[in-house]
Design a protein. Structure first.
Length: 624
């Protein structure tokens, strides 16, 4: 077995696709890890905005998280309906395109692509943040750790959906188990202590209050930051085709489990933070700890359970980027199917994945992590806008879907109400998040969305033009089928050029051998051996003699004189094809290419760029 097969698994045949389908247990880590792990940073993102209130800010976190949970419930019921209506995969792009038109569809596509890229970046950076919270010595190596974690996730994902699910089940359930235990034990202590639990390890003191009252602006900012906990909810509806039959039922069950666990974790962490008087720390504090780290220390102390919990949080957060890796390639494939992205995203790789989507997401995520130095707090302001914009367009599209379905609004009025209410709620939230986070960095997302739309429209125009030019319903044209004029660039006579000459004699009787003669020492030209090596054998066989064209080059240029000659030859022979045969040595190892000149590659590129329909480039390889 090769190294690649050992690392990424053996190639899978198309007939093996059914074996790659997953169930609910594997669906939770594959499509739900991003949503579940947002409980680790969603409440903290909101609490960080409440730091100016000091200890008083803790009392507002429960109402804010409750509002987010109400919104989460609305989105949950909306997406259950989407899964039922689109059993082949009902992501925002598909729903918006089919029901609202191409414009809203592209808006949803751009928003989702940005959301998935940020999902991957935030997941990795939040996981590393959990690790550096446990050991502050690792803080200077944050970016390096982020890139290592990203590499591991990419390798696991390239092994295929089934292997990914199997690899992520244990970390996911360990994360969920430790946090549910934390919430359960913490709530028990709160109840038995009459609402005043004594922390095992006292939390760091809250910073002095600089703001006395919670204003509407601060509330909006805290709510919008906390909404980061809702990202990833759409993943299941995008990946319905990954489930085994009955797809819709298994996808709905997976979504229900994910949302149920997420709701318990979000409310539990917010409730215990208030009960234990835990506030968020400034992200750039010298001894920074995450809210989960402080809360776990308060409930259990710094014993074995603390380190198991923080290890599970780190692992799950780092792996939560997998949700983006599961859905981004599917989204890119759907967009490419409508000619808005390069068709390479339609191709399946060795493990039945849309591998080029994985490669693209890896590149974008790497750039984001480097630009923002792997800091979660610097990425959060860009987050959630794309997700909520996609939520809104998806639910609005579902309203139109039910209206146009058989029976119309009279039969589906309840479905229309649920999706319409969801569109209204998420639409208002999108506006709130955009306004509250605009200065902090949301303007970047707001700018990237139209840029991506323009790029996709440009790709569409290109494919439309290609189809228009390539379409030909006429019969085969047999007019003017004369042999081409063959041009063979030749620096010297050797086995490679001899092979090119043999092939040229098969193509045409009119052959031009072009030699660029420079003043370099050792360049004696071809005249000395031309009669003996070329013309004599040709005359013996009675074949048409080729013409030797020697072009002097006083400045040692080769490519320019060749290009000028070929283009001039084409102009002098209107209606004739010009076939340029390029002798090329093919080496055994890739690194050996650096030992040989690359003039052939450059000439080929220039001929393709500057030539036209009548110039044909033919490679004549010689395998070393």
């Amino acid at each position: 077995m090769s190294f690649v097969d050992s690392l990424l698994g053996r190639p899978l045949a198309t007939s093996e696709e059914r074996a790659e389908h997953i169930g609910v247990a594997a669906g939770i880590p594959i499509f739900g890890l991003d949503a579940l792990t947002s409980a680790a940073y969603g409440p903290e993102a909101a609490m960080t905005l409440l730091i100016p209130l000091g200890l008083a800010g803790v009392h507002y976190i429960v109402p804010i998280i409750t509002a987010i949970l109400i919104l989460l419930g609305i989105v949950f019921f909306s997406y259950r309906q989407t899964i039922a209506a689109y059993p082949s995969g009902g992501g925002s792009y598909t729903v918006a395109s089919e029901n609202l038109g191409d414009g809203p569809g592209l808006l949803a596509a751009a928003a989702l692509m940005i959301d998935y890229i940020l999902t991957a970046a935030v997941g990795v950076s939040a996981g590393v943040e959990a690790l550096t919270s446990a050991d502050s010595k690792l803080l200077p190596h944050t970016l390096l750790l982020c890139l290592i974690v990203l590499t591991v996730i990419v390798i696991v994902n390239l092994r295929g959906v089934k292997d990914t699910g199997a690899a992520f089940i244990a970390p996911t359930f360990l994360f969920v188990g430790t946090l549910l235990t934390l919430v359960g034990v913490g709530v028990f202590h709160v109840i038995t202590s009459g609402g005043h639990p004594v922390p095992v390890l006292a939390p760091p003191p809250a910073l002095p209050a600089t703001v006395k009252f919670l204003g509407i602006w601060l509330l909006m900012k805290a709510f919008s930051s906390g909404c980061a906990a809702m990202t990833g909810v759409e993943a299941v509806s995008n990946g319905v085709m990954a489930f085994g039959e009955p797809r819709s039922k298994k996808a709905q069950a997976t979504l229900t489990v994910i949302i149920g666990i997420l709701a318990v974790l979000l409310f539990g962490i917010a409730y215990l933070s208030r009960a234990y008087h835990i506030t968020a720390m400034e992200p750039d504090a010298s001894h920074y700890q995450s809210v989960l780290s402080i809360l776990t220390s308060a409930v259990f102390g710094r014993g074995w359970f603390y380190y198991v919990t923080m290890a599970s949080v780190f692992t799950a957060l780092a792996l939560s980027a997998n949700t983006a890796f599961a859905d981004f390639p599917r989204l890119a494939r759907a967009i490419a199917a409508h000619d808005y992205l390069p068709h390479v995203f339609l191709l399946r790789g060795r493990r039945l994945l849309f591998s080029h989507g994985v490669y693209a997401l890896t590149g974008f995520t790497t750039v984001i992590l480097i630009l923002f130095d792997g800091q979660t707090d610097r990425l959060i302001p860009l987050y959630a806008i794309g997700a909520f914009l996609a939520f809104t367009l998806s639910q609005a599209g579902m309203v139109v879907h039910w209206k146009n379905a058989e029976g119309g609004y009279k039969k589906h009025w309840w479905h229309m109400f649920v999706n319409g209410f969801g569109a209204l709620a998420t639409g208002l939230t999108t506006i709130v998040v955009l306004i509250a986070k605009f200065v902090a960095g949301a303007w970047v997302t707001a700018l990237l969305v139209p840029v991506l739309i323009l790029i996709m429209l440009g790709v569409k125009r290109h494919y439309t033009r290609v189809k228009r030019e390539m379409k030909d319903m006429t019969p085969l044209n047999l007019v003017n089928l004369e042999p081409p004029i063959v041009v063979i660039p030749m620096a010297r006579w050797d086995r490679i050029t001899e092979k090119a000459m043999r092939f040229g004699l098969l193509l045409s009787k009119e052959i031009k051998v072009v030699h660029i003669h420079s003043d370099n020492e050792g360049d004696e030209g071809l005249e000395g051996i031309w009669d003996d090596k070329v013309l004599t054998p040709i005359r013996q066989e009675g074949l048409q003699e080729p013409e030797l064209v020697t072009i002097p080059s006083n400045f040692r240029f080769v490519i320019t004189p060749l290009m000028d000659y070929i283009l001039e030859l084409e102009d002098r022979n209107p209606g004739r094809k010009v076939a340029v045969l390029l002798p090329e040595m093919v080496v055994r190892h890739w690194w050996e290419n650096a030992l040989h000149g690359q003039r052939v590659q450059l000439l080929k590129l220039l001929l393709l760029l500057k030539g036209n329909q009548r110039i044909v480039v033919v490679n004549i390889p010689w395998y070393l």
